[in-house]
Design a protein around this ligand. Structure first.
Ligand code: IPO
Ligand code: ZN
Length: 416
């Protein structure tokens, strides 16, 4: 308690000359990013630290990054994101937690899976359904969604535009749902900011307790200065992911596909400020012991940085499910080249599901080294990514194969 008070007092002191002080929040943060934080506020102090394995699980020899638990003033977080972006040349690097206990739990790496969780079958056995639906996916529809989303002045989690963009996605998805009684669209409200996440649910017919999640983030940013009038189109990051998913929703519903498992599509709020929207949702699902058998994250799908088409990120993800995705690509999209890469930190919302013990994967538009240089700036535009959305279409195709192959199965049987 004393330590908490001291840290908060120091943070207030450090902020006295600049930004307004906010609430103290607990974060877990990689060591490199922690060094950036200490430059911003010499008063912060790691309360606990631990070395994680490269896959985000407990270190067992192969050493990954050291991760710290720290309490900081919320008002410092945007500046921290900036420093990480400028000096480490990546985004994220820390996760905001609800309290100290949850932050400490993150140091133990990914949570254990639910006791009742069994491993799903990764057999590829729905060729007729998948091959019928794949040709219905159209890049022109993806293009339209990217255009609409990037036309918002910005989609930052605290601005009126960010709120409006969430409402627009909800309205679009409701339109696609039409009058089907087994399809619902809801906006998931978050306690600490106004932008809501959007969730579309297709209820499973006879195995509805088992759920599959496909997500992307709806917010955009240009860094700490992002405000009401900032221009942050976020065409690739991550209008593209939401657009790739929306086209999958359109085709599944237009064809009247009825899954046996429940399938949920999610457009997460507040990814750019510490995976906060997805962390909130994954935590709620775990609390309710929701049986999520797999989660797929689409964050940036429309900038081809390499000769390969789709990169499977191997850290903070599930190896068995990643192999399944590679096999899906081989079976259904044989002309595509699959590569492998790593972020080295919890770089997108898949990490929120991994942290709660669920199997998550992250197919990405490029390798880490050749990733889109325009993100988090006013230049993250369609003109600076694929203006035909042909690259983003590949991710819709993979996501549809994933949704139908996992969605069409009965209860999992094998032990995890
Ligand atoms: C992101 C960015 C680059 C790479 I390589 C991998 C993932 C995630 C991007 N959407 C982001 O800004 N996360 O905060
Ligand atoms: Zn980003």
């Amino acid at each position: 308690m004393l330590k908490m008070r001291q840290t908060a007092a120091l943070a207030l002191f450090a902020l006295a000359g600049g930004a307004q002080a906010g609430q103290p929040v607990w974060i877990s943060i990689g060591d490199q990013a922690y060094q950036q934080l200490r430059k911003l506020d010499a008063g912060v102090k790691s309360q606990q630290s631990r070395q994680l394995a490269a896959d985000g699980r407990l270190a067992k020899g192969a050493a990954g990054e050291t991760v710290h638990v720290v309490q900081v003033d919320e008002a410092l977080l945007p500046k921290l994101s900036d420093a990480i972006h400028e000096n480490l040349r990546h985004c994220g690097g820390y996760i905001v937690h609800g309290n100290q206990q949850e932050a400490r739990a993150a140091l133990n790496g990914a949570a254990a899976p639910l006791a009742k969780a069994l491993a799903p079958s990764y057999a590829i056995d729905n060729q007729a359904a998948v091959n019928k639906l794949l040709p219905q996916l159209q890049d022109s529809n993806i293009l339209g969604t990217i255009q609409s989303l990037s036309n918002y002045q910005n989609r930052f989690y605290t601005t009126s535009h960010g709120v409006n963009a969430s409402n627009w996605i909800a309205a679009q998805w409701k339109q696609l749902a039409g009058s089907r009684t087994d399809v619902t669209v809801e906006q998931f409200a978050h306690a600490s900011w106004p932008q809501k996440s959007v969730i579309l649910t297709i209820k499973g017919t006879d195995n509805s307790a088992e759920t599959i999640v496909l997500g992307g983030h709806l917010d955009s940013t240009i860094g700490s200065g992002t405000g009401e009038s900032s221009r942050a189109p976020g065409a690739d990051d991550d209008a593209s992911g939401v657009a790739s998913l929306t086209e999958v929703v359109r085709v599944l519903l237009a064809s009247n596909y009825q899954p046996r498992r429940t399938i949920k599509f999610m457009a997460y709020a507040a990814e750019e400020v510490g995976l906060r929207g997805s962390a909130d949702i994954a935590k709620r699902f775990k609390q309710q012991q929701a049986n999520v058998v797999g989660a797929l994250q689409l964050d940036m799908t429309n900038y081809q940085g390499d000769a390969q088409d789709i990169f499977l990120f191997t850290d903070y993800t599930n190896a068995a499910q990643n192999t399944f995705l590679a096999n899906l690509a081989k079976a259904y999209l044989p002309s595509l080249k699959v590569g492998y890469s790593q972020c080295g930190y919890a770089c997108s919302d898949h990490a929120s599901w991994t942290a709660q013990g669920y199997a998550a994967s992250f197919p990405f538009e490029s390798s880490f080294n050749n990733s889109n240089p325009y993100i988090h700036s006013r230049n993250d535009t369609l003109a600076n990514s694929d203006s035909q959305a042909k690259h983003a279409l590949k991710f819709s195709q993979l996501a549809l194969a994933y949704a139908v192959e996992l969605g069409s199965d009965g209860p999992a049987k094998a032990l995890r």
